[in-house]
Design a binder for this molecule. Sequence first.
Ligand code: XMP
Length: 517
Amino acid sequence: MSKRHDTIVVLDFGAQYSQLIARRVRELGVYSQILPFNSTPEDILASGDVKGIIFSGGPASVPAAGSPRPDQRLFDMGLPIFGICYGLQVMSQLLGGLVECPEHKEYGIANIDVLKADSPIFKGVSAHSQVWMSHGDRVARLPEGFVQTASTPSCPYTAVEDRKRKFFGVQFHPEVVHSLEGQKMLSNFVLDVCQAQADWNMGSFINEAVESIRAEVGDRQVLCGLSGGVDSSVAAVLIHKAIGDQLVCVFVNNGMLRKGEAESVLSLFGEHFNMRLQYADAEEAFLSALKGKTDPEDKRKTIGKLFIDTFYNEARKCGDISYLAQGTLYPDIVESRSPFGGPTSTIKSHHNVGGLPEDLKWKLLEPLKELFKDEVRELGRQLGLPEELVDRHPFPGPGLGVRCIGEVTKERLDALREIDAIFIDEIRKAGLYGEIWQALADLLPVKSVGVQGDERTYREVCTLRAVTSQDAMTADWYRMPYDVLQRASSRICNEVSAVNRVLYDISSKPPATIEWE
Ligand code: XMP
């Protein structure tokens, strides 16, 4: 980023909520960065014009050997610090207080008693505000200079402060929605205590990003693979705004896209945005490579390999390319450098780049790598992308190929395209699309007897699936209203002659995955 914004650093002690804290700060219009718990003062200062630090929560126990500790020098930087849960405990311990491990843990909703209504954190907050607690340990003795500012019956030091040094801490989680005035408390810290300027918004991001893309790319050419998904679309439009025809997009139609998708990508990016678009209609190649294949892994590998070959063949036609643009987002960056490993270390590899053919030597251009998904959607809106694209559910790379269970044929794909379009249409008409993480349909290689018109039929079965999720790692099946299911089911049987039976999938993840293959 070319401009240095007022920045709040979120120091990550391994909390599931670190990213949420950073997003909440950005919702206040203030730029925030997540850094590992062991960052040095120099790391902190390098991340922007830093106005304050938030210590996140975390799963460890402060008294336990090897628990994560911040660099003690952070307390001498003259910056305000706000400790949340583990962050409060580790700050207390390092400054001379004591943390204890009581027998009972505390989870769930609590009401605090504010003891110091003039505390900067509680400005405008009600005296018995509802908060969300989730902790085992708690502070037993405060460090010198600190006072108690709120309590609950089970946790005396629910909120504390050393106003002189601008150190604050809360045992609860102000970042989660169940803490009803949590955002107000964060705002009090960020805007009042830290005096951070609220100059972070997608409108100004566009101008800064355009400037920095131009400065980086110069007169060279950039290639971008368009998938029709949100991230690559927003990245392409942003880069196009910066360098116009120095961007060339490659779009591969693998024959397993949704109904009307190839047409809409061509018309939106080619005609509306007037981008250079290299289009490969590879439907036949994909179908013939998949002929006779029914094993899910075999299908995935076949589709993946052919996609890469097709993409590189198209890329070679695009002239002298220096950069490959990717829609990498901020969570990918944070998770890939997490000092804690865990599920984060299996995050999507920066696809394709590792295995670049010898004759293609590209640098990466990742203009969204500072942004969270909701910021990317907002950026997309501001860049003029249509809402249906900006709010789109995730769609897997192998597309309908992994939803056509069994052998993939043109006829089955065409039927599935219709079924999928009807299901999504009914969900949108019912106003439920935004509540659902992902809605999908699968065609099963199972036939059943039916009666349609006066005729006995023997046709395939389809399943509909909709799930709610935060990050696709776990998912719950969506309680779809019966009338929506009924309309989808009767339209599918009336309009798609290949099927005569519709099921609704009520499996969660785990044990099932979101996709069937
Ligand atoms: P599963 O089925 O593993 O899916 O629960 C989790 C999420 O990942 C998506 N998915 C993919 N996305 N390429 C992708 O870009 C793929 O090969 C792929 N496979 C699954 C899936 O749609 C869900 O959102």
